[in-house]
Design a protein around this ligand. Structure first.
Ligand code: C5P
Length: 220
């Protein structure tokens, strides 16, 4: 720690899924393992960065040598991100729930025996990537988002880059059969202002290493 091309740089990484409570014992989640975000945080650390790692409840442990800020919900993740800014670069690898349950119960919901069914109402969560990308003051120099797509990866990711206002999108094809979601490998397309670059299928560690090197180059 403390040497390498990212020495003296502060980089924020979000990772993992979020859990959105239904009641004190139930939640809505997604299948993100946190593997790619964790590998990115470790790779940035290895290049000398000070890394703030804001993570939802992931399957894999956080890397050593980074500042870990554990969160459960998207709203907590948004607050944690605000609390660690400013940063030189920010990588948003988390799979944030788009919606939270608006009518979450304060006590465990019970079957009342009448056969009546609960109804969940939803509210939209804050879009953390978009809000940081569009900061008027204190925007990180480099903001990187992710896009998990099942088809037309390049087109959808290019549109997402424009819509969110981030600098880069790391897009991957997560359609069934690729084995990427939850697997050890990734095949990504990097979308920048200069267009799309397709990387070979690599381990998530090697993908992270390449991305960290590109981030170091961009901040140089
Ligand atoms: O729009 P979509 O959710 O597909 O965009 C994915 C990208 O946006 C990821 O980088 C993810 O971390 C980020 N995101 C976020 N906050 C949200 C939703 C997505 O930061 N509420």
């Amino acid at each position: 720690l403390g040497t390498g091309p990212l020495k003296g740089r502060h980089v924020l990484v979000t990772s993992g899924p979020t859990h959105e409570p239904i009641d004190p014992v139930r939640y809505i989640a997604n299948r993100s393992s946190g593997a790619q975000g964790t590998a990115i945080a470790a790779a940035l650390r290895d290049l000398g960065a000070r890394v703030s790692f804001v993570t939802g409840p992931a399957d894999v442990p956080p890397p050593a040598g980074v500042e870990v800020i554990p969160v459960q919900t998207a709203q907590e993740m948004a607050e944690a991100v605000n609390s660690v800014l400013p940063a030189d670069a920010a990588v948003f690898a988390a799979a944030v729930a788009d919606w939270r349950v608006a009518n979450a119960a304060g006590q465990k919901m019970k079957k009342d025996g009448s056969g009546s069914l609960p109804t969940l109402e939803f509210a939209e969560n804050p879009d953390i990537l978009a809000s940081v990308s569009q900061l008027q003051a204190g925007r990180p120099k480099l903001v990187v988002g992710f896009a998990a797509e099942t088809h037309d990866v390049e087109r959808h990711a290019t549109e997402k880059r424009a819509r969110k206002g981030c600098d880069w999108i790391v897009a991957n094809d997560v359609s069934p059969g690729t084995g990427i979601m939850g697997g050890a490998e990734n095949a990504v397309t990097l979308i920048t202002a200069n267009g799309a670059e397709t990387w070979p299928r690599l381990t998530k560690h090697e993908t992270a290493r390449r991305l960290a090197l590109r981030i170091a180059e961009a901040l140089d």
